[in-house]
Write a protein that binds this ligand. Structure first.
Ligand SMILES: C[S@@+](CC[C@H](N)C(=O)[O-])C[C@H]1O[C@@H](n2cnc3c(N)ncnc32)[C@H](O)[C@@H]1O
Length: 311
């Protein structure tokens, strides 16, 4: 309901700006694309659970809403090894139209247009924690990783299958077995179907760690080193059989609570849209409906995509 209210409010920018200002002041959310519960999880992780062994890496930092709680937690980490660490943040820092929504109700409305660089704004917002943050400004596909073992990998940049392959190739191999955590910020987002196929492909190397309520995030623990040949293998969406797709999405659906379920189911429909199999996408959607699944949350998004396709 909140979601459809938001969509309606967006049509009247002045009211939407006000709504977002009030929402942020009530929730205490930092300006960005993540919820308060995700930001709190990151703070608690870096303060109480991070032992100062291995690195904390954040892929997709935008304006710092996830960097700030991580950095704040590090400063309060009881171990001196933890306090001395830096968070490695990666971002292109190039504005796109999709970012306008996230800054509604702030003085950043209209400040940047598509293509503008915004790393200075990131620096300004995170200035208090500049000693805790190492900025990797650029395309993570190109920059890669050469910083040693990774204790915590926040993935908020798996926005395409190419980026997903690149993150797997460049970062997963450095995760510390048994200790390393991967937080998939887009796990319960309809668009990123590849995350489910990859997590299923690597199911013998990860276990479910936590679901962050009121968010799209799910955290996995890296239990066992992924062999090099598997890490280097390029994942091609079309290479999965329909049976594998069914099993992969059932696996993901079985991990999450009811709150996230419609998003995972929507992502399965999106898999068929991404692979150009619109009839199978429609068939998958229709069978969910005939099984009694309520069309809500991200299922509405895929329903709209299918509707637009038909018109
Ligand atoms: C959803 S936003 C991150 C939101 C942020 N975690 C927050 O809490 O507000 C995704 C970010 O990924 C970045 N990104 C997308 N493609 C990238 C790439 N190839 N290399 C580095 N960053 C990329 C975008 O610039 C964007 O800031």
């Amino acid at each position: 309901m909140l979601r459809s209210l938001r969509e309606r409010l967006k049509k009247v920018p002045a009211i939407y700006n006000l709504y977002m200002r009030i929402k942020r002041s009530i929730t205490g959310e930092l300006l960005g694309m993540t919820s308060r519960s995700e930001q709190d999880y990151l703070y608690v992780y870096s303060k109480d659970f991070y032992k100062g062994v291995g690195e904390i890496v954040e892929l997709g930092s935008f304006l710092g809403a996830t960097s700030i709680p991580l950095a704040r937690g590090l400063l309060q980490n009881p171990s001196s090894a933890g306090k001395e660490k830096k968070i490695h943040v990666y971002d292109l820092f190039v504005w796109s139209d999709g970012m306008n929504d996230a800054v509604a109700g702030t003085n950043l409305v209209g400040r940047y247009k598509a293509g503008d660089k915004f790393v200075d704004e990131y620096r300004r917002r995170t200035a208090k924690y500049s000693q805790q943050i190492e900025i990797h400004d650029g395309d993570l596909n190109v920059l890669g990783w050469s910083g040693g073992e990774i204790a915590f990998l926040l993935v908020d940049a798996m926005k395409s299958i190419d980026l997903a392959n690149s993150i797997v190739h460049n970062f997963y191999g450095s995760l510390i077995p048994n200790e390393g955590l991967v937080m998939h910020q887009d796990f319960a987002h309809y668009y990123t179907s590849w995350i489910h196929l990859l997590q299923w492909r690597f199911r013998d190397h990860f276990e479910f760690e936590a679901e962050i309520p009121a968010s799209s995030s799910v955290v996995f623990r890296y239990t066992k080193q992924i062999p090099d040949e598997l890490l280097k293998q390029k994942t091609v969406l079309e290479s999965f059989s329909d049976e594998e797709v069914d099993v992969a999405f059932s696996y993901s659906s079985g991990l999450v609570s009811a709150e996230k379920l419609p998003h995972i189911l929507a992502s399965k429909v999106m898999y068929y849209i991404h692979t150009g199999r619109y009839r199978d996408a429609q068939r998958t959607f229709d069978s969910l409906v005939s099984d009694g699944v309520k069309v809500e949350k991200h299922l509405v998004d895929v329903q709209n995509i299918l509707k637009d396709r038909r018109e």
